[in-house]
Write a protein that binds this ligand. Structure first.
Ligand code: F6R
Length: 607
């Protein structure tokens, strides 16, 4: 999500850090900062806003020195501000951090009771305090202090630490957040992405989970968290800067499709309360005794996630849910009651129609909960409660990881509401929570099998139109599959409830129409199979998305894409992945501008 750079060597660190951060700015851009060591102590310069703000501040208050760490931030805990910007310095220790500390609430309480004074709202500052505490209680050197602190931390992180008393080292640690080491001649680098340091060196070591690096000017050591030495030779990376920004993928959309398992881990981080078979919603306390109805408002892909949300929330909490396009809701004089909870979903948090719907709902006295990916964006700021998906910046115009993390957020919300209304039994909640935890691996499994979608895309990519069909909670996924294909390949596509087929769209079917049918195992399987057979009987080309192990479907479909088994409630999260890949590969085959399709903008801030 955020970007990290560190340098140790004979040259001035600040220009190298700023140059690296500039290359990472696309990942997070609400604030930036550096900590650079000279003459016995490090100097921290931080600034809210774009990197240019930091550059201007550094011109006025330079930070000279040959050892330093830098960070560009995409806020997750604590709004964007100078004080929440990294590095966070406590005593002699400066820390930059990517990822999420899951047990941050507990650690913060413990540190505060031990007398620690916090100056920011971030989870990162906890790490600075913990390392400081390790020094106070006798840690011999920075590596030991970091190791001691990390034993207490749960979560996904990449951290880089600078110690005023040990300017000949930088220590970095990684757990489930990317981190690379750059090898130079008498100088070394650390960064969250190769992009940041590729202009300095092409000799790169990719670190793995639970590894810790101690960098010096003239060398480095890589160990595991028990201090055991690890040998790993550097690789020579010959990516161009543009390739590196996309982690070697050709498009942001491909990168973001592959980021989804990681993004879902971040959405879940710190929110699952297995002890009580429940979910903690970052302190959000919605009093269900006052809610008679939920109304969901959103646009585009976020509207499709709201449609899935209706299934999840009604099923688990039995609170009635209505879903509206924000652009319709705001102009149709809707009934708004004080007993309504309006859930507004917006990746960007800036969509004009969703904003208009939220203003209307608030004016009518309803409570509003916003689900967004962008901390402190307008819609969550306006809402009574804000819940963040933690997907990280989404650059490709076609939404992918924002969508799946919205679905996971809605599943968490549904569990929370269901446990409060008492309609969701603890055993069922436990089962769903366990399945949510196993989803990232299943998602990775689907995405890794993407080559098959590339073949299918080439086979059907010249079609004039596509039909997508699903039933129940997969009907919104059919809509989303059609929207993805339209957006980036410009092929006309329609999403339909499979049960509606005979009421009209069946007239479209002939041998030239590819029909994508979502038919995983579940309560509606037989019904969808009979819809699929009707397509086949009219010579439509059937691309079936089915559950691995379904041995019958191959006989009645032209193409079968298998996805792992999961609970029916969570199937949309897996089923949408091959549809994202299909649209990506069709667009790539047709040679359209995938990341910036014609006529579309990432954030629709006008009506
Ligand atoms: C589709 C897409 C758009 C957005 C819509 C709402 O891939 O990206 O349909 O989903 O413009 O945007 P947000 O979620 O930012 O309100």
């Amino acid at each position: 999500m955020c970007g990290i750079v560190g340098y140790i060597g004979p040259r001035q660190a600040t220009p190298i850090l700023v140059n690296g951060l500039r290359r990472l700015e696309y990942r997070g851009y609400d604030s930036a900062g550096v900590s650079v060591w000279q003459d016995g102590k490090s100097r921290v310069v931080r600034c809210q806003g774009k990197l240019q703000g930091l550059v201007e501040k550094l011109e006025k208050e330079p930070a000279p020195g040959c050892v330093g760490i830098g960070h560009t931030r995409w806020a997750t805990h604590g709004r964007p501000s100078d004080t929440n910007a990294h590095p966070h310095k406590v005593g002699r220790v400066s820390v930059v951090h990517n990822g999420i500390i899951e047990n941050h609430l507990k650690l913060r309480q413990e540190l505060e009771s031990a007398g620690a004074k916090f100056s920011s709202e971030t989870d990162t500052e906890i790490v600075s305090h913990l390392i400081h505490q390790e020094f106070e209680t006798g840690a011999k050197n920075l590596t030991d202090a970091v190791l001691g602190a990390l034993k207490k931390v749960k979560g996904a992180y990449a951290i880089v630490v600078l110690d005023d008393n040990a300017p000949d080292t930088i220590v970095a640690a990684k757990n489930a957040s990317p981190m690379v080491i750059g090898i130079g001649e008498g100088e070394h680098y650390v960064a969250s992405d190769v992009t940041a340091i590729l202009s300095e060196t092409q000799e790169i070591i990719f670190t793995e989970e639970g590894e810790i690096v101690t960098l010096r000017k003239d060398g480095y050591s890589l160990t595991d968290l028990d201090g055991k030495e690890i040998e790993r030779a550097p690789q020579t990376i010959r990516w161009t800067a543009a390739q590196a920004e996309k982690d070697g993928y050709r498009h942001y959309m491909a990168k973001e499709i592959h980021e989804q398992p990681r993004a879902v881990v971040d959405t879940l981080a710190g929110r699952i309360d297995l002890e009580h078979d429940n979910v903690t919603l970052d302190g959000i306390e919605v009093d269900v005794s006052n809610i008679k109805r939920i109304v969901m408002v959103a646009c585009g892909t976020s509207y499709h996630s709201s449609l899935v949300g209706k299934f999840l929330i009604e099923d688990m909490s039995r609170i009635p849910v209505e879903v509206d396009l924000a652009s319709e809701y705001r102009y149709r004089n809707p009934v708004i009651r004080k007993t309504d909870l309006v859930i507004a979903i917006s990746q960007s948090g800036e969509t004009a129609d969703t904003m208009g719907a939220v203003q209307l709902a608030k004016a009518g006295g309803a409570k509003v909960l916003a689900i967004s990916n962008v901390l402190e964006s307008s819609i969550p700021r306006l809402a009574d409660y804000a819940f963040y998906t933690h997907a990280g910046p989404e650059i490709g115009v076609a939404s992918t990881k924002a969508f799946t993390t919205q679905l996971v957020s809605l599943a968490l919300l549904a569990i929370h509401l269901g446990r409060q209304t008492g309609e969701l039994a603890p055993e069922r909640a436990r089962k769903i929570l366990a399945e949510l935890v196993s989803l990232p691996n299943k998602m990775a499994d689907v995405i890794e099998h993407g080559a098959q979608l590339q073949i299918i895309a080439r086979r059907y990519g010249k079609a004039k139109g596509f039909l997508f069909m699903g039933r129940g909670n997969l009907y919104p996924i059919a809509l989303e599959g059609a929207l993805k294909l339209k957006e980036i390949s410009y092929i006309h596509a329609e999403g339909y409830s499979a049960g509606e087929m005979k009421h009209g769209p069946i007239a479209l079917i002939d041998e030239n129409l590819p029909v994508v049918v979502l038919v995983p195992q579940g309560p509606l399987y037989d019904k969808v199979v009979s819809n699929l057979t009707e397509v086949r009987a009219r010579e439509g080309k059937v691309i079936a998305i089915a559950t691995r192990g379904d041995n019958d479907i191959g006989a009645i479909a032209d193409e079968v894409v298998m996805i792992p088994d999961t609970l029916p409630e969570l199937q949309p999260i897996l089923a949408v992945l091959p549809l994202q890949q299909l649209s990506y590969y069709v667009a790539d085959y047709l040679g359209t501008d995938i990341d910036q399709p014609r006529n579309l903008a990432k954030s629709v801030t006008v009506e």
